[in-house]
Design a protein around this ligand. Structure first.
Ligand SMILES: [Zn+2]
Length: 288
């Protein structure tokens, strides 16, 4: 897979917040493009320090950050990523948690500082395509929203630096969106099990109803059926976050029935032509 303009591999940069975002979110898409020969790089802003981890996963005094970085490296290899860049911020936890105010917390940083840091890596990498969270951060996590804002601003900063007749004129920005069908099914199944869909997830801090109320358009779809096995291997790497279970039993059934092997994206830049049809794939010249 190469750009039309240069016989160099397409470069894709995903800017995300925590170890496991690269697997549970757009992992299928990342693996799909890596398999096609694209150079896929991940920027991960934190090491997921605020995530719940069962002590049985922490061997020999290992920290949550150490374990989650190890899981991230395993997942990156499964997905075929070229490189992982860690920004070194601390996980801010969900809205209102004490982790929000830790001095190293991503949510406690000035937005312009995070933008500058991401822009430095973008400048060095010159990605053709940048991928990040939607404006609601998928499910409202403060770190996801902050990464969405910072990656978007860094992208436009870089774009403003490009000469008008750039050698790589098709730099594009996409936001990954949660599949509405899957969310509705998750709400239905949560209620069926007698649980509150406004307090879902291992920590009870995921409001499925609020997530489903955020409607975003889909401008592009990526079919990653050829790489679903790589995504499943990446899930399994994140054992401390329940990634192993997601490929087994009831969760696997839900996944199989309600999750078509398709990721959906908002095309943030360039804005899609009014009335244009949904794209297949993220590259302008793709005939997927
Ligand atoms: Zn996350």
């Amino acid at each position: 897979m190469q750009t039309d303009e240069l016989s160099a591999p397409v470069k894709i940069l995903a800017v995300l917040a925590h170890p496991d975002d690269e697997a549970f979110g757009m992992g299928g898409t990342l693996a799909h493009y890596a398999k096609q020969g694209a150079e896929v790089t991940l920027i991960c802003a934190t090491l997921g320090e605020a995530g719940m981890v069962d002590p049985r996963f922490l061997q020999n005094g290992q920290t949550v950050a150490g374990l989650r970085e190890q899981e991230l490296r395993c997942s990156a290899e499964a997905l075929g990523l070229k490189d992982v860049i860690l920004l070194g911020y601390r996980d801010s936890g969900m809205q209102g948690s004490p982790d929000n105010t830790h001095p190293q917390a991503l949510a406690a940083q000035k937005l312009e500082d995070v933008v500058t840091k991401i822009a430095q890596y973008m400048r060095a990498l010159q990605p053709d395509i940048v991928l990040t969270f939607d404006p609601f951060g998928g499910y409202g996590h403060p770190d996801h929203i902050r990464v969405h804002e910072a990656a978007t601003q860094a992208f436009h900063l870089l774009r403003s630096e490009l000469p008008a007749q750039s050698a790589r004129p098709f730099t594009r920005l996409y936001y990954h969106v949660m599949p509405l069908g899957f969310l509705r099914a998750a709400i239905f199944m949560t209620r069926l099990r007698g649980k509150n869909p406004r307090k879902a997830g291992a920590n009870g801090d995921i409001d499925l109803v609020a997530i489903a109320s955020h409607r975003f358009p889909t401008h592009a779809r990526v079919n990653y059926a050829d790489s679903a096995d790589a995504q499943t291997r990446a899930f399994a790497c994140h054992a401390s976050q329940g990634g192993g279970e997601r490929s087994k039993g009831f969760a696997a059934f839900i996944e199989h029935v309600f999750m078509p092997r398709v990721d959906r994206f908002i095309q943030a830049y360039p804005p899609p032509e009014p009335g244009s049809r949904q794209r297949r794939g993220l590259l302008p010249n793709e005939k997927a």
